[in-house]
Design a protein around this ligand. Structure first.
Ligand SMILES: Cc1ncc(COP(=O)(O)O)c(C=O)c1O
Length: 387
């Protein structure tokens, strides 16, 4: 049996019967939720079995990260991304959003600037303000059907107030996997302006294009590693976000001390079940991940073909993630629609409104769901556009 056949991503699991953010938003309504970034698939069997074993023990006392967990993560990064890290570079966190807000809090002083590229996952846009910093936004540009850095605009955005580059790599929502040349250019800019780099790499296990490997920016060289806080988690790849386990990788001892200091008394320890799941995912979740990527590639093709046939909508091809980023401005003008999210919600499909990503007129579609759900959602969207 092939890996793909060993796991059943077509199985529809009823999520309406339990509380969930994704499905709860439309409780009692016939709206298929393709918004918040979790998938409608069960976690890998190996993760579920590890959780069962731990739960059956019955005692849930305080627990620090243990050696085989650390080893699973260190080995996973070496195996999957060719990055050799030292165990003591790891700082365990209850979430990646927590992780980049902490990074903002130690970047310079109140009022200093945090540079980030939009459109972007909304908490990137609020983290500077949450921590008394200034958001310095630079927009990515769409050129030849591919989202790119606008290097001139980026140079103009960085100024004497800038203290940190907050990077999303691979990028949510545009789905880009940044290559070594782009990462090198970003790292050089950070060095020239003496910026910290905080690189949110939560989507690094979800690269769909086989010829575009994810490269952690900190893996470029030691000098880049020294100024970088990398954030990762098993939560997106293995679909366990509500188990709240993430980690920062901070090679520089002084930076790590500052970071840990900012956590004191505020950031709780990581839930033991999250850590159990993390160990199982990194050590034994490879076959499931391979099969998942295969399934997601199929879903990506379906989304791109369906959207291409929808008048007034265009989507770029996500190189990573299970998120499609859709330009609705043509449809809005042609049909005099002011709110595309509300338009498709009325047609029975719940999408993420690009306005919160800094891009009104765009929608984000989550295709991490069984094909039958996806096909039904795409059919509803198409029907709304011919009505
Ligand atoms: C880029 C990015 N960072 C962080 C998160 C959430 O991370 P966490 O739930 O660990 O805070 C998401 C979730 O969608 C995301 O897309």
């Amino acid at each position: 049996m092939s890996d793909a056949a060993a796991f059943d991503f077509d199985r529809i699991i009823d999520r309406r019967s339990l509380p969930s953010e994704k499905w709860g938003r439309y409780a009692g309504r016939d709206v298929l939720p393709l918004w918040v970034a979790d998938m409608d698939f069960a976690a890998p069997p190996t993760v579920i079995e590890a959780l069962h074993r731990r739960i059956d023990h019955g005692v849930f006392g305080y627990t620090e990260a243990w050696p085989s967990l650390v080893e699973a993560v260190v080995e996973g990064l070496r195996r999957d991304h060719g990055w050799s890290i030292e165990p003591d570079w790891l700082v365990w966190l209850p979430g990646v959003v927590t992780g980049f807000n902490l990074a903002c809090a130690i970047a310079g002083e109140a009022g200093d600037g945090i540079v980030t590229a939009a459109p972007v996952y909304p908490p990137f846009l609020s983290a500077p303000d949450n921590t008394g910093r200034l958001l310095q936004r630079c927009d990515l540009v769409l050129a030849d059907g591919r989202w790119q850095w606008d290097w001139d605009a980026l140079e103009r955005t960085v100024d004497a107030r800038s203290r940190m580059l907050l990077l999303c790599s691979p990028h949510n929502p545009v789905g880009r996997v940044f290559d070594s040349t782009e990462l090198r250019r970003l790292a050089d800019l950070a060095a020239r302006h003496d910026l910290l780099i905080c690189s949110d790499e939560i989507h690094c296990g979800l690269v769909l294009d086989e010829d575009r490997p994810h490269r952690p920016i900190a893996a470029l060289d030691e000098a880049v590693a020294k100024r970088t806080i990398t954030l990762m988690a098993p939560s997106k790849t293995w679909n366990i976000p509500a188990l709240y386990c993430a980690f920062a990788i901070i090679p520089d001892a002084a930076l790590r001390r500052r970071y840990r200091h900012a956590m004191r008394g505020l950031i709780p320890h990581v839930n033991v079940l999250g850590m159990v799941a993390t160990e199982a995912a990194y050590r034994d979740g490879g076959a499931w991940r391979t099969a998942l990527l295969d399934y997601l590639r199929g879903n990506r093709t379906r989304v791109l073909e369906a959207v291409a046939a929808m008048p007034g909508l265009t989507a770029t091809r996500p190189e990573a993630t299970y998120l499609a980023w859709i330009d609705c401005r043509g449809m809005m003008a042609a049909r005099r629609v002011e709110d595309p999210a509300a338009f498709f919600e009325a047609a029975g499909v719940g999408l993420s409104d690009g306005r919160y990503f800094g891009a009104p007129g765009w929608l984000r579609l989550n295709f991490g769901c069984p094909r039958a759900t996806l096909d039904e959602a795409l059919a509803r969207m198409a029907a709304a556009l011919v009505a």
